[in-house]
Ligand binder design. Structure first.
Ligand SMILES: CC(C)(COP(=O)(O)OP(=O)(O)OC[C@H]1O[C@@H](n2cnc3c(N)ncnc32)[C@H](O)[C@@H]1OP(=O)(O)O)[C@@H](O)C(=O)NCCC(=O)NCCS
Length: 144
């Protein structure tokens, strides 16, 4: 398994790496917002979130954020060539630990339908129907 260095960032948007450089590039290429929002529309969510940025040998290889207001894991992504190497699982664990430290017993995610099987493997359960009408179909899931 590759070695990952995961850093944690809290604070206003301009103090996090979320919108700059490699992270933003990853999201623009691959991560569409289910409701069709642009990255710029997400300012408010991002400013209150905890950001986890994964690097391997100084290359950005993954990203996820925890939104404490919604108690939700959001914006999860791992670069294609490292998928299947447990980074996604590790990022989920970091977010789960963050939510537990904040007194939460559960953690939510709005999973793209293409990632539902991944979330099942890391012990999320479906919590509701698939929302098929949005730009990207998704399903609410819960980790207890
Ligand atoms: C979903 C994603 C983050 C998973 O990252 P990853 O680093 O490949 O995941 P891991 O290697 O940690 O996988 C953890 C487990 O899930 C399994 N898994 C991963 N992707 C899977 C898939 N698509 N279907 C079924 N199982 C999957 C792995 O086999 C592994 O199982 P194990 O630990 O029991 O052996 C990655 O595929 C990705 O970035 N996808 C595109 C963006 C996306 O869909 N984000 C989610 C938006 S809600």
């Amino acid at each position: 398994m590759a070695e990952f260095d995961i850093s944690r960032h809290v604070g206003r948007l301009d103090e996090t790496p979320h919108r700059v450089g490699e992270v933003a590039a990853l999201h623009q290429v691959e991560l569409l917002d289910p409701e069709g929002r642009t990255i710029a529309d997400c300012d408010e969510d991002d400013a209150r979130s905890v950001h986890f940025v994964a690097r391997s040998a100084d290359r950005l290889v993954g990203y996820v954020q925890y939104d404490p207001e919604a108690n939700r894991l959001r914006q999860m992504i791992v670069v294609k060539d490292l998928r299947g190497g447990k980074l996604g699982r590790t990022l989920v664990e970091r977010v789960r630990d963050e939510s537990r430290r904040r007194g939460q017993k559960e953690l939510r995610v709005h999973a793209w339908t293409g990632s539902i099987d991944f979330y099942r493997r890391v012990e999320f359960e479906a919590a509701g129907e698939v929302h098929a009408d949005d730009r990207v179909p998704w399903q609410a899931m819960m980790l207890r």
